[in-house]
Design a protein around this ligand. Sequence first.
Ligand code: UD1
Ligand code: F6R
Length: 398
Amino acid sequence: MKGSYDTFMRKEIFEQPESLTQTLRGRLVKKSTGPATSDGTGSGFTSVFPLNDLDMDDVPFEVQLGGLNERMSDIRRSNRVIFVACGTSYNSCLAARQTMEELAELPVSVELASDFLDRRCPIYRSDVCVFVSQSGETAETLDALHYARSHHALTVGIVNCVGSSISRLTDCGVHLNAGGEIGVASTKVYTSQVVVIIMMALLLSSDSRSKDARRAEILRGLAQLPSRVEATLAAVDEMMKTTAHKLKDQQSILLFGRGYQYATCLEAALKIKEVSYVHTEGIHAGELKHGPLALVDDKMPVVLFASCDATATRVHNALSQVAARGGLGRMIIVGCDGDAEVMRYKDSATLVLVPQVVDCLQCVLNIVPMQLLSYHLAVARNLNVDQPRNLAKSVTVQ
Ligand code: UD1
Ligand code: F6R
């Protein structure tokens, strides 16, 4: 039911504080000496989520994913991890890849299921193939799973629909627990997918003492995420409506980002094009000079993701290059609230400010204004938000 919302897409965007809470529930735990708990965390663990920011500093906590327990040592011993997915699910894998590489210290590749199948990608029994899907029924992802099984790889599912084909046919996996998603454009499932892949990375590194501080930082970020998403929704909704009205007659929008935000610009571009039918391109900011800069003039709307992380200097360099070709007037900069570098542009560009969270989770907050922008663009263009033309929620034939 849509309740007080006009569309399922808007409802699902606003449900994200709750869907993320459900994804995390029972999975952030602290080691305990007491008896087994009844909340799904198993013997020796007590759930510590949700808790308030104050408690978090006192509690050393860990990730527990019941669905991976039995196969964890096999996954740790594997030679590489290959993520396979389509569309938004593919973008979620890209968003979390860097964290998986950093924490698991394994080679990680991310494959479009259709391309993986076209190439008959070489797969070995020492590989772990992770299939990420909302529906668990997507034809290409399911075919890729059959292919990986026939090559004896260990198969893992990250799936929202319990009982779906991918959930049943994988050796093990994790349910997203994000709740049903009705709108064709995936929103709340994307953010839960990123969170689950990052939890899997945390689990893979839990034996590494040298990564304790980094893990603690990310765990704290995970526990803060639902409230930060809630704050983002409240802060940016009206602004995205105004921005959508300004952009509604544009033919094209370019979106630039790099590092953790490269996936954000791909996902934002996909969201906007599928519901508003405005042509969009998500482009790696490092590629600007290798072609895309030719598209930039004083009329082309540009969205730039400028987070405060290790790529900040390079992102600001890209910002200057775009600004030099037509000024800042038609630029939308998505940045962190309080970032002095970004605040410099407050009078010349449209600034979309979101709360700051640990670098690898910033993508979860940055996508929220873009989900809202695509929704408001579709409404402003009088389009069917929940059922865009030519698209289906579950793609079960290739
Ligand atoms: C499970 C229960 C949850 C219960 C909790 C408490 C289900 C669906 N989940 O959650 O209701 O509160 O235990 O003990 O009953 N799996 C796959 N492939 C996938 C996804 C999952 O094989 O793509 C398998 C997992 O390996 C696991 C099972 O499905 O064996 C359930 O996974 P998940 O729901 O993620 O496990 P828990 O979070 O432990
Ligand atoms: C876009 C969207 C699609 C799906 C893709 C894969 O908003 O929803 O790109 O992500 O069709 O679907 P699942 O995740 O069900 O495998």
